[in-house]
Write a protein that binds this ligand. Structure first.
Ligand SMILES: NC(=O)c1ccc[n+]([C@@H]2O[C@H](COP(=O)([O-])OP(=O)(O)OC[C@H]3O[C@@H](n4cnc5c(N)ncnc54)[C@H](OP(=O)(O)O)[C@@H]3O)[C@@H](O)[C@H]2O)c1
Length: 351
């Protein structure tokens, strides 16, 4: 990737999708280009992208051929971002607003505010990085996954995978705040240390160096009431086999299998759901879109009081976006993976 000056005026630096993912994800899957800054049409707005939300599912359209629903080479790489409105022909948003919206890996985008979930205005007092991280879909999914899908009772044992990642770190801390006994599973010593010393979990298991089954037995001697699953695969099976009566499994994500061409065999311990009268339920953040403000209010209150820590892993510069996506699959990210492109311009004002 060529060295470029940071944010040249009115040149739109962008990453286009170039080559299907077939192994590690990185610069080689994309093409860096420069283009003119586009103009908004009726109902649209021109935004300056400030912070990119980097999420594991962004790899899915990069795996398949276009005829199988994958992205066409040469297309701009889509993604959610916190962006500032520079020009607007959309009555819902004003110049200067910071929005959390479907955008792309580029300096400037023309967006219409629609997408998998529609654009929301970032409230004053909320930073753009919080808006794409702990107070974005990441935190909202974690919040409703714990409060609505798991429906926890104080004192229950809660286990979460990818616990030091974006969703996992929020889910773990929300469960802790609600009075549960929380065990996190994560890859590496540094992540496990953070979970215990800073997120105040009751225990952490390093799946890279420890026997996860033996550690689950040691840390959850009476079994697991709630398993919040971000990765799928073998750990899901281990958790299912240890479910307690009326145990719940929250299916949030399957990062372990996003890049697998052939689906792995299903979990063999699913029968345990029968034996314990358990429940395994999927969670789609999109379904809670109308309740974003409710989650945001609760999470913000905990952030302000210091009960909840926002853990962010920031790659600085648009140039680093492909590398940031790759980090999610090597496990290098600690906390929510973000890319910082620019600060909001105070001169534009924020309504
Ligand atoms: N349901 C929804 O609406 C919704 C919305 C947002 C996100 N999600 C899902 O939530 C999950 C977490 O998303 P996130 O953005 O917070 O990502 P993340 O957990 O911060 O990052 C991915 C993490 O997954 C782990 N990982 C990577 N490859 C793995 C593999 N082969 N096997 C096991 N673990 C692996 C790594 O953690 P370790 O190093 O600790 O293993 C890595 O840090 C994802 O599956 C995502 O798709 C779901």
């Amino acid at each position: 990737m060529p060295a470029r000056p940071m944010t040249p005026e009115r040149v739109n630096r962008r990453w286009l999708f170039e080559q299907r993912v077939d192994g590690p994800v990185g610069d080689h899957n994309f093409r860096w280009t420069e283009a003119d800054v586009p103009s908004p049409g009726e109902g649209e707005m021109l935004v300056r992208n400030l912070w990119l939300d980097i999420a594991p599912t962004q790899v899915l359209p990069l795996l398949a051929a276009p005829e199988e629903g994958g992205m066409t080479p040469g297309s701009p790489m889509p993604g959610y971002a916190a962006s500032q409105v520079l020009e607007t022909r959309n009555p819902r948003f004003s110049r200067g607003d910071v929005v959390y919206a479907a955008s792309a890996w580029e300096d400037y985008s023309v967006i219409d505010g629609t997408g998998y979930w529609d654009a929301t205005k970032v409230p004053a007092g909320v930073s753009p990085e919080l808006a794409v991280g702990t107070l974005g879909i990441t935190g909202i999914v974690a919040y409703f996954g714990v409060t609505e899908v798991a429906r926890p009772r104080p004192g229950e044992t809660f286990v979460v995978s990818a616990a030091a990642g974006g969703v996992g770190s929020v889910a773990a801390q929300v469960a802790k705040i609600l009075g549960l006994r929380v065990i996190g599973i994560a890859g590496g010593k540094a992540k496990c240390e953070w979970l215990v010393s800073e997120a105040h979990l009751d225990g952490a298991i390093d799946h890279r160096t420890e026997d996860v089954a033996a550690r689950l037995d040691a840390l959850c001697p009476h079994g697991i009431d709630i398993y919040f699953d971000n990765v799928g695969g073998e750990v899901l099976d281990l958790a299912l086999g240890r479910l307690r009566p009326n145990g719940r499994v929250v299916l949030c994500g399957t990062t372990a299998r996003y890049r697998q061409a052939t689906p792995p065999p299903g979990p063999s311990n699913y029968w345990q759901l029968i034996m314990v009268n358990g429940r395994m339920e999927g969670l789609l953040g999109k379904d809670y879109f109308d309740r974003f403000p409710e989650a945001m209010t609760a999470l913000k209150k905990w952030l302000d009081s210091g009960q909840l820590r926002a853990k962010e892993d920031v790659v600085v510069g648009l140039e680093g976006a492909p590398r940031a996506l790759g980090r999610l699959f090597t496990g290098e990210n600690v906390g929510k993976q973000l890319v910082k492109i620019a600060d909001p311009s105070p001169g534009l004002g924020r309504s």
